[in-house]
Design a protein around this ligand. Sequence first.
Ligand SMILES: Cc1cc2nc3c(=O)[nH]c(=O)nc-3n(C[C@H](O)[C@H](O)[C@H](O)COP(=O)(O)OP(=O)(O)OC[C@H]3O[C@@H](n4cnc5c(N)ncnc54)[C@H](O)[C@@H]3O)c2cc1C
Length: 398
Amino acid sequence: MAAAETYQMPEADERQMLDSIQKWIEKKVAPVAMDLEHADEWPAALVEDMKELGLFGALIDPEYGGLGLSAATYSKIVMMIAEEWMSLTGIFNSHLMMAQIVQRFGTDRQKEYWLPKFATGELRGGLGLTEPDAGTDLQAIRTTARLEGGKYIVNGAKTWISNAIKGHACALLVKTDTGAEPRYKGMSMLIVSKIDPETGAALPGIRNGQKLEKLGYKGIDSGEFIFEDYACDAELSLVGGEEGQGFFMATGGLEIGRINIAARSVGIAKRALRESVAYSQTRKTMGKPICEHQAIQLKLGDMAARTRAAELLVEDAARAYDTGARIDMEAGMAKYFASETAVEVATEAMRIHGGYGYSKEYVIERLYRDAPLMCIGEGTNELQRIIIAKQLIKRNPV
Ligand SMILES: Cc1cc2nc3c(=O)[nH]c(=O)nc-3n(C[C@H](O)[C@H](O)[C@H](O)COP(=O)(O)OP(=O)(O)OC[C@H]3O[C@@H](n4cnc5c(N)ncnc54)[C@H](O)[C@@H]3O)c2cc1C
């Protein structure tokens, strides 16, 4: 199930693409991010821009209408956008995790059917793993799918799903054999949709529950999916055409998700550092700018070193992903270190800004609210350390 090595864009082309995205960030995102964030408003106009920029197809092969970017280039884009407004990156990344599952593990027919629709961003979605009683312990999920006359009949509920409400589709982890031992052998991955992808008509048996209110990560919707005898075509929906592979697909899909979370974390940390370097030169106490106080210099030194180290770990994990190998350890290290860095750097930035860091007029309070999610999403950091340790043992047998 390993993917082939990914095409690497020539440096000049990559530079050009990153420059055009940077211009879009400055011109379109920066002026509205603060207002949309505080209103918790879904950024409809920016989503249209992101469709045009091709971001919903960033990792999808050109033969299916995507940009076919490497993870290395993609993670740079994520860092840049997260430096301005982290929420935006979730709208296309959760979607691309769903697309990557089809691209890496789907049948030819499934790729031809789903990927062109995903690449344009007309059919958007995310990854449906978590349930009210199962997050870290994915094998405890209770959503079931039973095969009946060429269709899967799905029953159950998912929660905390990014893009559940404003999106349409979802890569859904289900149990196709509830009695299987070990439990992961009874798990399968389905692509499901709230609308008929051909006609756009709403489908029965699948609906959203409530929109979940959050500390940060505003603008993007996090919601519930409820399935009541939802029926979907087995040949199009069961990823790879074989039951029992869902757990591996979910964890494989999470690799790019973890690189993305790490890249988002670097974006948050870079912004917090940049704001702190600037603010500390203008804010004066005891007759001099605070950047001349050694206590502030120690903070800035720590923040800069950690942020750069996190960036290098992201580059390392992205390069490894592009070889097509399984990279649980590299993605785990990047995700763990970068997200802890985002929390530390955002917290230090708030201290450097004093009372102003606590004000909604400054971006620091947003970075401070957004950073902790990076430690939870795509597998908590407790889990990441366990994954790193298990991989260390596996790769270094005595
Ligand atoms: C804003 C937001 C967006 C999200 N988006 C999505 C999404 O798009 N799709 C999706 O499927 N999910 C999504 N999630 C869910 C997220 O992936 C889970 O919250 C996360 O995996 C943790 O699961 P949990 O909340 O059930 O915590 P639990 O699994 O209950 O964990 C609680 C605590 O116990 C620790 N713990 C658990 N097991 C162990 C162990 N074996 N050893 C040591 N410590 C352990 C955890 O690290 C954590 O500290 C999102 C969550 C949030 C908050």
